[in-house]
Write a protein of this length. Structure first.
Length: 300
């Protein structure tokens, strides 16, 4: 109770200063309005009252702020774009979507950690500084690959063109090393067939699909979906080699698939905006916003 009186006094003083400042700042504009209307017989109180109730004041008075808030929250329909409730819902929607994708990233990383646990805890496994450095460089290069591919797709560069250039660069760098390490006995029809399958199906086709998809989804969504790749290895090992995955791998794979489901459910159809925040579909018209549960196309 003791703090109510001092707090009320400070608030009343602030409101009084606010009203005085509004009257002083708006008075010159109000004098011009009176002069334009041909009115010269106004008193100081008339000027002060009119200055505090101007339609477009330089500094709104507190009661004008309160009236406008009431109008935009209570009197205006929540579905109107002039409603503060409408804009608050949009902000909340974007916040929830950001939280969902942050959660998806965390779930995917947790799944990757579970898959790696058996290998990191096995006998003979040793973490070295050089190994961690190479892993960090590989991660950075993967990031460059995703961002670069996204930028090229936004410039309408065809996916096959990007993959062809990438494959040529990899061949120029790696082919001499591979030929130097190979022996004549390894150049068999079976090995050539395997190499052709890896080149056409596992590289050209797969990366063309990835690059084509980069045109329609965000980079961070593609990175989360990329976590599904290590899940496929245990499945291939089970189907082809009859190797049963460990419970660690199964649990990690389930988390990664769950992260992928979140991305597909809420972000697979979302295209990045060239100008974030709005898009014009006509003169002065704002593009309609999708609801949280519906596929999100175009820009917000």
């Amino acid at each position: 109770m003791k703090s109510i009186i001092p707090l009320s006094t400070v608030l009343l003083a602030l409101f009084a200063i606010w009203y005085v400042a509004a009257a002083l700042m708006n008075a010159p504009l109000q004098r011009d309005l009176f002069a334009n209307a041909g009115r010269a017989d106004y008193s100081t109180s008339d000027l002060a009252i009119a200055s505090l109730n101007m339609e477009r004041p330089k500094l709104p008075a507190p009661h004008q702020i309160a009236a406008e808030l009431y109008k935009l929250t209570i009197d205006t329909a929540p579905t109107s774009k002039r409603s503060l409730v409408y804009h608050a819902a949009i902000t909340l929607e974007e916040t929830l979507i950001g939280f969902l994708f942050g959660a998806a990233l965390g779930v995917g990383l947790a799944g990757m950690a579970l898959i790696l646990v058996p290998g990191l805890t096995g006998e003979g496994v040793k973490l070295t500084a050089s190994g961690l450095l190479f892993a960090l460089v590989a991660g950075l290069m993967y990031t460059v690959y995703l961002i670069g591919g996204k930028q090229l797709r936004r410039r309408d560069v065809h996916a096959t063109t990007i993959v062809f250039a990438m494959s040529v660069l990899a061949a120029v760098i790696l082919l001499p090393i591979g030929l130097a390490q190979a022996s004549a006995s390894q150049f068999t029809a079976r090995n050539f067939a395997i190499a052709a399958f890896l080149g056409v199906v596992c590289t050209a086709l797969t990366f063309s699909l990835v690059m084509d998809g980069m045109h329609y989804i965000k980079v961070q969504h593609a990175a989360i979906m990329g976590y599904i790749e290590p899940v496929s290895a245990p499945l291939y090992a089970l189907v082809i080699l009859s190797q049963v995955p460990s419970w660690w791998t199964i649990a990690g794979g389930a988390l990664i698939i769950g992260a992928g489901v979140i991305v597909v459910r809420y972000g697979a159809a979302e295209a990045e905006a060239e100008l974030p925040g709005f898009a014009l579909t006509g003169p002065g018209a704002e593009a309609p916003r999708a609801s949280l549960g519906a596929p999100r196309r175009g820009v917000d």
